[in-house]
Every structure is written in structure tokens, then in C-alpha cells.
Design a protein around this ligand. Structure first.
Ligand SMILES: Cc1ncc(COP(=O)(O)O)c(C=O)c1O
Length: 385
């Protein structure tokens, strides 16, 4: 179906001037021929480390690999446990499982992010790391999580895939834990033209280990210390990432302005996400509202040509892939409640003010003009999680 207001519109949101610059740089790359781990990858890594305010950045080929290689560099493996949120994108848990360790979930708060008290309850002698997820681009409670992890000698990672540029007090996402993991997927505020990822850290030792982890375990051209992956960021994608980095703050500013329209107009109908404060600044990778009438509202907006999404309708602990972990419905009540109520409205930078008001007008009509429509969800909660 062709939507009047699509949730995503990568082609129309791309700026022509940026595309021409990127194509010009790719032609130069072709002439230089340093396609693998070349000068553009290094340039992007330096620029990104500076942007996040950390000592090192290491480009890899996806957000999943960013987390997987980070756990591997910390020595996480079979017999270990890693605690994270059950409402993240499933790659967070997949990365833990792919090391051979056990993903352990802790419930979240109504702000969508890990509840530090729930994390603390799940720590055992096998816990090697905690992965805080800055879901929707809203920084999670890193100060509390740091205290908990530091006291027990547990590593704290950030899944910052949705949160590039988000601020938590004086620091940016990626500089808040021992290691920060980013996706450069085309839908992220900082993105490439395909798959990509990047890892941040202040530890030179971890950065060195990550460079080996992403490149066959090679410590020199011909010597590999351990068998590993080929998960390098391509030079072509590094060129795109460098251009995208120039715009990432303006992307976040436009998204914040777009969000303001929703904050102004929708408060009377639905529960809104936190705006943040001067200390905690989200980047609105996703603008997520909550309503018990979610399914009806989604269908109504769709009938008006407005596309919405749910991030994410099936929590990770209830995915078939997680069956072997033995979790069941009811284990994480806040996460499961959110899964039945959340709805992501379009917030991308290409939206016009008219588009945003059209979304708000449609939400107004749903709740005010069609009270019977708005009565309840079609699906009982059990079927939505
Ligand atoms: C929170 C989160 N973690 C991890 C990932 C995985 O990133 P990628 O798709 O680049 O592997 C994503 C991307 O969708 C994400 O949103």
C-alpha cells in the first residue's frame, strides 16, 4: 500500500547534494583502490570517536556484530550470563546467545529502558556483563547501572544502535559504559547505504582486541591469534558514514522539533514519551506513544494513509528463538504491557509541518469523533505479546 505519510522514506529524505558528494568520494576510492580498511575507514573512526568523546572507535559490518565482537573481546562465552532488556531489537539478545553465553532479561520501566533494580536482582556469579539499551534514542539510566556493575566488577555495555548523539548529563551515548555499540543501518540517524556498525571505547586494549576480532583474529598480516570473523566496515560505507556524521546533529534537531508537534497536540489522548531534560537528551530515532487502544488507532491511521510501526510487538523472551531459555508470558509485566500499548508515529526528518499536523488531526478524529471505534483494542493482550 502506498501511504500518504509513510513511516520511512529513505529515497525522498536523502539530500541530493550529499549523494553527489558521496558518489564523487566513491569514484576517488575506486582510483585509490583501498577498499578494505582503507583511509576512509580510519577517517570515519577518528571522526566518530571525536563525536562521541571517546578515545577509540572501531568500524564493523553491523550493529549485531558490534555487540557480538564487544562481548567476545571481554571474554564472554559459554557458561556466562549477560543481562539485558527484553524489549530491545532481538539482535541485542542474539549477540549474547551467539557468544555461547546465556541472555538473561530484566524488566524495563515505563520509559522503555532497563530498570536498574530489576538488573540487580538478576546478577549471579555467572554474570559477566550488562547491556543497557537506549531504546528509541532515549538514554537509559546509565549512572545507576554503572554503580551496580562497578561494585561487582561486571562490564557495562551500551546498545546505542538507536541513540547516536543522545546525551546523558555531560556525556554522549557511546561514552557512558565500557563499550558502546552502534548500528549504521539505513534507518538509523547515522547511517550508511547498506549494513554497517561501529564500536566505541576509551580502552586502547579493548580497541586493539576489537580490531583483531573484526579481522580474522589477525595480529599481523600473516598471524592470527584466534579464529574470528570478517566483520570489517567497508571503505564505501565509511564514505557514506562520514557524510552522514556531518548531518547527524541536525537530523536529531529536526526530529526533536517534529516531536514537539506531537507533544503539543497529543497529550490529551495518549501517553507520550519523555521529552528529556537539559541533562538527558533523546534523539527520537523513534517517537513512541502509548494507548490501550493501540491496534484500533493503528488501523484507523492506516485507513487515513498514515503508516505507523510497533517497536516491537513481540518481546524477545517470547520469540520462538528464545524458547530454549524457558521464559514465559508474564515474566516481564512492564515489557509485556508496553508491547500491547506502544505505537511509533512517523518522526523522520523529511516530514513537513502539514504532515505532522495531519497525523495529529487523525489522532484527534480517532479519539474525539469515533468514541465507539476508540473503545478497545481488537486483540486481547495475550495475542499482542
Ligand atoms: C537496539 C538495536 N540493537 C541492535 C540492532 C542491530 O543492528 P544491525 O541491524 O545493524 O545488526 C538494532 C538495529 O536494528 C537495534 O535497533
Amino acid at each position: 500500500m502506498a501511504y500518504k505519510i509513510p513511516f520511512i522514506s529513505l529515497a525522498t529524505d536523502a539530500k541530493r547534494s550529499k549523494v553527489d558528494t558521496i558518489l564523487g568520494e566513491i569514484r576517488k576510492l575506486f582510483e585509490r583502490g583501498d577498499f578494505i580498511l582503507g583511509s576512509k575507514v580510519e577517517e570515519f573512526e577518528h571522526a566518530f570517536a571525536n563525536y562521541c568523546g571517546v578515545g577509540h572507535a572501531v568500524g564493523v559490518n553491523s550493529g549485531l556484530d558490534a555487540i557480538l565482537l564487544s562481548l567476545r573481546v571481554l571474554g564472554v562465552g559459554p557458561g556466562d550470563e549477560v543481562i539485558t532488556a527484553p524489549n530491545s531489537y532481538l539482535a541485542t539478545a542474539a549477540a549474547i546467545a551467539l557468544t555461547g553465553a546465556r541472555p538473561v532479561f530484566a524488566d524495563v520501566r515505563l520509559d522503555f529502558n532497563l530498570d536498574p533494580a530489576e538488573v540487580e536482582k538478576r546478577i549471579t556469579s555467572r554474570t559477566k556483563a550488562v547491556i543497557g539499551v537506549h531504546l528509541t534514542g532515549f538514554p537509559c539510566e546509565m549512572e545507576e547501572l554503572s554503580k551496580i556493575c562497578r561494585a561487582r566488577g561486571i562490564a557495562l555495555l551500551e546498545d546505542a544502535a538507536q541513540a547516536v548523539g543522545a546525551r546523558f548529563y555531560r556525556k554522549k551515548a557511546g561514552a557512558l559504559g565500557d563499550i558502546g555499540c552502534f548500528s549504521l543501518h539505513p534507518l538509523k540517524n547515522l547511517h550508511v547505504w547498506g549494513d554497517g556498525g561501529v564500536i566505541t571505547t576509551n580502552s586502547a586494549e579493548i580497541a586493539k582486541g576489537l580490531r583483531e576480532q573484526r579481522n580474522h583474529g589477525l595480529v599481523s598480516r600473516d598471524v592470527s591469534d584466534f579464529f574470528s570473523y570478517n566483520s570489517r566496515l567497508d571503505s564505501v560505507q565509511a564514505i557514506v558514514a562520514l557524510e552522514s556524521l556531518l548531518e547527524v546533529d541536525s537530523v536529531a534537531s529536526v526530529r526533536r522539533l517534529n516531536a514537539e508537534v506531537y507533544f503539543d497536540r497529543l497529550a490529551k489522548w495518549v501517553k507520550l514519551p519523555s521529552k528529556g531534560t537539559s541533562e538527558v537528551q533523546p534523539v527520537f530515532h523513534v517517537f513512541q506513544i502509548r494507548t490501550e487502544k493501540r491496534d484500533r488507532l493503528k488501523a484507523f491511521l492506516e485507513s487515513k494513509g498514515i503508516e505507523t510501526k510497533i517497536h516491537y510487538p513481540v518481546p524477545i523472551h517470547l520469540q520462538p528463538a528464545a524458547n530454549y531459555l524457558g521464559y514465559k508470558a508474564g515474566d516481564f509485566p512492564v515489557c509485556e504491557r508496553l508491547a500491547g500499548e506502544i505505537l511509533s508515529l512517523p518522526v523522520r526528518e523529511g516530514l513537513s509541518l502539514e504532515d505532522l499536523h495531519e497525523v495529529c488531526d487523525a489522532v484527534d478524529s480517532f479519539f474525539s469523533l469515533s468514541p465507539s471505534l476508540a473503545q478497545s483494542n481488537t486483540l486481547p493482550r495475550e495475542q499482542t505479546v
